[in-house]
Design a protein around this ligand. Structure first.
Ligand code: KMH
Ligand code: ZN
Length: 272
């Protein structure tokens, strides 16, 4: 049994800074959170950035500055979001790779996303996948529903292995419109993954703890962070990403699969 890969999804595109003051939206806030989360046990940071008005942006110049600043202040693996916000177009989402991250998210299908639609048609998925292969950016396959797993199989069948050669997935559970965040669903999803794939899981909102414990019990890895939940316990807002990472690290230690260092995570994910 390996250690536990802990990814922190620090900001996301959905939470409103005005309602969630602890959300890191400036570069300074993001770096401060990144350093604290690295100390607390995170090995990967999943990054969305905001503009001067704290609105989500995919501005490539800002993304490049963010990648450089994270690398200058920590050894975290930098995984940029290519999902962006539901309002982002496909060209801007492909251009994220111009910022030359270590890794990127790659969502394997369209999903209802609350009242919105997170659009990921096959044409976009295959273009993005081929771009990751050309650029040597290691994708993490984001799976919000069972149809996304079928599309992952198709992607690998038609276009071969990803950059680095290893398939790592993230089950994103509990999105209103996606698969539910519970242990039975997690086990069924894991059974459907391609052979040899490794996986993390994250539960959105109130599913964060059930999914965390189910993932550890099933031998998987963890993603936590304010992109996915802004409530630490019933009626108690999250004070920052660090406490979510600390809780994941403690749970992993209890499971006797302690948090991987970023160097161990690089080897595990085949990121040079
Ligand atoms: N913000 C969601 C619409 C990703 O980062 O790749 C998409 C998302 C997935 O967060
Ligand atoms: Zn994201």
């Amino acid at each position: 049994m390996t250690g536990t890969l802990i990814t922190v999804a620090a900001t996301g595109a959905e939470a409103d800074k005005a309602l969630v003051p602890a959300l890191p939206v400036t570069l300074e806030e993001l770096i401060s959170e990144a350093v604290a989360c690295r100390e607390a046990g995170a090995a990967v940071i999943h990054v969305h950035i905001r503009d001067d008005e704290a609105k989500p942006t995919l501005d490539v110049g800002r993304l490049k500055d963010t990648v450089a600043a994270i690398r200058a202040s920590s050894d975290l693996i930098v995984q940029l979001s290519t999902g962006g916000a539901v309002t982002d177009g496909f060209a801007a989402r492909l251009a994220v790779l111009d910022a030359q991250p270590d890794a990127c998210s790659l969502t394997c299908g369209t999903v209802n996303f609350g009242d919105d639609v997170f659009a990921n048609p096959w044409g976009f998925i295959k273009d993005l996948y081929q771009l990751t292969q050309e650029r040597g950016v290691v994708p993490e396959f984001e799976l919000f529903d069972f149809g996304h797993i079928a599309t992952l199989h198709r992607l690998l069948r038609e276009f071969g292995p990803p950059a680095g050669g290893h398939v790592h997935c993230d089950l994103v559970m509990g999105v209103p419109g996606g698969m539910p965040g519970d242990a039975a669903t997690l086990v069924a999803a894991v059974q459907a993954l391609p052979g040899g794939a490794t996986w993390s899981a994250t539960g959105i909102g109130r599913t964060s703890l059930p999914v965390l414990f189910a993932a550890l019990a099933a031998g998987g890895h963890l993603r936590v962070g304010m992109e996915d939940t802004v409530t630490f316990a019933r009626g108690r807002p999250v004070t920052g990403n660090e406490e979510l990472v600390q809780r994941a690290t403690q749970a992993a230690e209890i499971a006797q699969r302690p948090a991987m260092t970023p160097a161990e995570a690089r080897a595990f994910l085949c990121i040079p």
